[in-house]
Design a protein around this ligand. Structure first.
Ligand code: ADP
Ligand code: MG
Length: 417
């Protein structure tokens, strides 16, 4: 009733970044047609920024005065959010900057995060404009939850932050090859998959991972992967604001407070669990404590995969890889897991096609395919042997070569629910 809603204060201001060239090139028109009126009606003040070139958004958020913004929202595909997250992590004040609530409005051809947050809200599947409306409503509601990020080390020593996926082999090839079909929208992945199936390849490399030992027992009120509560239990955009004022000192391990019974915004602050930093306040850097140097062997606690012939390796940390690919059925935005899938060589074309078709309903793990392996991991390393190839991070092509990754549970914050 009225009283409940009156208590929900609206955010101060939201920065909405639109990539006019994403998807079918209609992101701006879609915004005007479906979102503008919704935000006005909900009295959500925002500023619209249209990106002019690749990395424009990344440069913008790297320099932005974040005290002016309560949320950074992107209206594009996953690629633009990848820019924003990396821009935030490149800042000196990354530790506070990455706490800025992020939002996603699907306007691209690859809208995996939008499909995932829609799925987390327990709504029946939606596509296209319906998915956009769902994400628009979430933005108006302004509930904020935590979002796991994965740090990724490339052989050139570059480090990237990823919120969605790390792929090599079949999936990475489809990610990148299908960009030329961007104008057809989300169908580009199906087209890319069929083309790649026709010229199916085997990719050689070494894979190792640090497996998750046991599923942590859900505490009372904890959002679990299998039974998310029917009402989102995270603080709203506004009620969570005080947490940005809490000084985060370096060398201090924060613990996420999952308690849903305490409504005090200060105590329902979502901070980063197990995040280790080194250095003084000015130079603090995020330490990837699970990862040795790429030139060092993996620790003994890791599992080295025997096979070296793969059709695909896919690490995913959201439920959906695309609007109609429910790839990691149990995944949640902040479950703290990298969901590692790999398919070994020898799988037939029909069997691989069956897996991708089953993925629409999230039933691929029930196919009984002996070539498909699924593990929950905290970290992984991939060393391609094939001299040439594609590695994609959040659907964007990155440097090809040895790569390793580790999860940082709840490092960022996302508007969903
Ligand atoms: P899609 O889902 O259609 O691939 P993305 O959001 O992933 O949409 O964007 C595709 C690519 O375009 C990304 O690499 C992104 O960094 C880049 N990009 C962002 N803004 C612009 C722009 N104004 N012009 C060209 N490329 C852009
Ligand atoms: Mg993209």
């Amino acid at each position: 009733d009225g009283v409940t809603y009156m208590e929900v204060r609206r955010p101060r201001r939201v920065m909405i970044l639109v990539n006019p060239h994403s998807g079918r090139g209609q992101a701006l028109q879609l915004f005007t047609a479906h979102i503008e009126g919704m935000l006005t009606e909900a009295a959500v003040p925002y500023s619209l920024i249209i990106t002019e070139h690749q990395n424009h958004a990344r440069e913008l958020v790297r320099k932005a005065d974040l005290s002016q913004w309560d949320a950074l929202v992107i209206m594009s595909g996953d690629g633009l959010l990848f820019e924003v997250i990396n821009g935030l992590m490149e800042r000196e004040d990354w530790q506070e900057a990455i706490q800025t609530p992020l939002g996603i409005l699907p306007g691209g051809s690859g809208n995996a995060l939008a499909a995932s947050v829609h799925h987390y809200s327990q709504s029946p599947p939606a596509w296209n404009e319906e998915l956009l409306l769902s994400c628009g409503f979430m933005l108006c509601k302004g509930l904020v939850g935590s979002l796991d990020l994965v740090s990724i080390h490339l052989s050139s020593q570059q480090r990237l932050f990823s919120f969605l996926s790390l792929a090599w082999g079949f999936v990475a090839d489809v990610d990148i090859e299908s960009e030329k079909y961007r104008h057809v929208g989300a169908i580009r992945f199906l087209m890319g998959t069929l083309v790649r199936l026709y010229s199916l390849k085997v990719y050689q490399g070494k894979l190792a991972y640090l497996a998750v030992k046991e599923t942590p027992k859900p505490q009372k009120g904890t959002i679990t992967a299998s039974h998310p509560p029917s009402t989102p239990q995270h603080p709203s955009l506004c009620s969570s604001l005080p947490c940005q004022l809490i000084p985060t000192s370096p060398n201090q391990n924060h613990h996420r407070n999952h308690s849903t019974t305490n409504s005090n915004p200060i105590t329902s602050v979502i901070t980063t669990k197990g995040t280790e930093t080194q250095g003084d306040a000015k130079t603090k850097t995020l330490v990837d404590s699970l990862l040795p140097g790429l030139d060092q062997p993996v620790p003994e606690s890791w599992t080295v995969v025997k096979e070296e012939d793969f059709v695909l390796v896919l690490a995913i940390y959201q439920s959906h890889l695309a609007e109609d690919l429910w790839t990691a059925p149990g995944a949640m935005a902040d479950d703290g897991f990298i969901h590692l899938f790999y398919v070994t060589a020898g799988i037939s074309r029909p069997a691989l096609l069956r897996l991708f078709l089953a993925m629409e309903k999230g039933s691929h793990l029930a196919c009984g395919c002996p070539h498909l392996v699924y593990k929950k991991v905290k970290a992984l390393r991939l060393e391609p042997i094939s001299p040439q190839g594609v590695i994609s991070v959040d659907g964007e092509m990155v440097e090809y070569g040895p790569v390793q990754a580790q999860i940082h549970p709840g490092l960022a914050r996302l508007i969903y629910g």
